[in-house]
Design a protein around this ligand. Structure first.
Ligand code: TXA
Ligand code: MG
Length: 317
């Protein structure tokens, strides 16, 4: 098991020695290591069991430091960074050669973000290198939203987890790239499209792909619980059996044991639903159930990113 604590100095020491540390962010916990050290980056892929064609996000604490990592910041990217950083936004920008090719899986853009968590920002300020950090879960499983989730799955493999409590937002950052100058969403996430469009106008949405390495991060089957998981409207759920579990938006289904039902937000609040999504999926996955049935949430704002996660959790390939 890893040590879990709030000691930034200790976290820094492990990272300087080339080891990996679990770090809190406002979205999900990350599995962090020195982004400029190829050996360390390789160990991130190994620790997560992640295929090398799926590139990592590089985390830093200021736009000034970004100029060491990227060769160009288009106007739209700069505007977005000024409005939403620190925050749940990742930008794909042309990389400098200081970033190992392993980080970007050979692509010429690097994913960068300034996360909004006080402990991690302080840690990043104390380090003289940026942190590569994928979500701190084994590849394909549900992302962790507290230090215990990280410990349960990767605790044997890493020395330290910086405990920043529960992640406020609860789903990963929104990823935006620029194709012929047009802001394009590569992954829906914790920053709603509506908010992005209020700053840069209409954005394009990249289509999902199951296995195309040109569009990494878009693997269909992802965020998946271990149990069979199905997504459909509640009127289409099969006849209840007492070992079925349910992940529901805002109200219980009458006549079904409440302990098998998780309500993402009793008031129908999409922020609250995003915050609870992964923790509730994990909780259902840990009960002795044979199947989990989920219903989509309202498809606006953060609801789009929630539905994206639910679809991918239910995907078979
Ligand atoms: O909220 C988050 O973004 C969290 C926290 C820890 O910051 N991180 C996260 O990392 O979700 P990860 O590795 O689980 O997801 C990063 C996604 C991957 O799907 C990857 O394919 C995509 O970002 N990505 C990274 N670099 C890319 C690039 N150059 N082009 C396209 N997609 C990229
Ligand atoms: Mg991930």
């Amino acid at each position: 098991m890893a040590i879990i604590g709030k000691d930034i100095r200790l976290a820094k020491e492990f990272l300087q020695k080339g080891q990996l540390v679990g770090i809190p962010t406002e979205t999900v916990y990350g599995l962090a290591g020195n982004a400029l050290d190829e050996k360390v980056v390789l160990s991130i892929f190994e620790t997560k069991n992640r295929p090398s064609f799926d590139p990592l996000i590089v985390h830093t604490d200021s736009v000034e430091k970004l100029s060491d990592l990227v060769s160009e910041i288009p106007d739209a990217a700069y505007k977005l960074s000024q409005t939403f950083w620190p925050g749940p936004l990742t930008l794909l920008l042309p990389k400098k050669t200081s970033i190992p090719d392993l980080v970007t899986s050979g692509l010429d853009t690097v994913a960068v973000r300034i996360p909004n968590h006080p402990l991690t920002l302080e840690l990043l300020r104390a380090l003289d290198f940026p942190l590569a950090a994928p979500s701190a879960n084994p590849f394909g499983y549900i992302s962790p939203t507290n230090a215990q989730h990280v410990d349960q799955q990767l605790g044997e493999k890493i020395p330290y987890i910086l405990d920043g409590g529960e992640c406020g937002i609860g789903i990963e950052s929104t990823i935006i790239g620029f194709i012929d100058g047009v802001p394009t969403i590569y992954r829906l996430g914790g920053l709603a499209i509506e908010d992005i469009e209020s700053v840069v106008g209409e954005v394009a949405l990249m289509a999902h792909s199951s296995s195309n390495p040109q569009a990494p991060g878009m693997l269909k089957s992802h965020y998946a619980p271990k149990k069979p998981f199905f997504l459909t409207n509640r009127n289409n759920f099969p006849v209840y059996e007492d070992d079925f579990g349910y992940l529901l938006f805002d109200k219980f289904i009458e006549g079904i044991d409440k302990k098998n039902q998780k309500i993402l937000s009793p008031t129908g609040n999409l922020k609250e639903a995003a915050h609870n999504l992964f923790a509730y999926l994990r909780a259902l996955d840990a009960l002795s159930l044979s199947q989990i049935w989920a219903e989509p949430v309202q498809d606006i704002d953060l609801g789009k990113a929630i539905n994206d996660r639910l679809k991918r959790a239910a995907a078979v390939d």
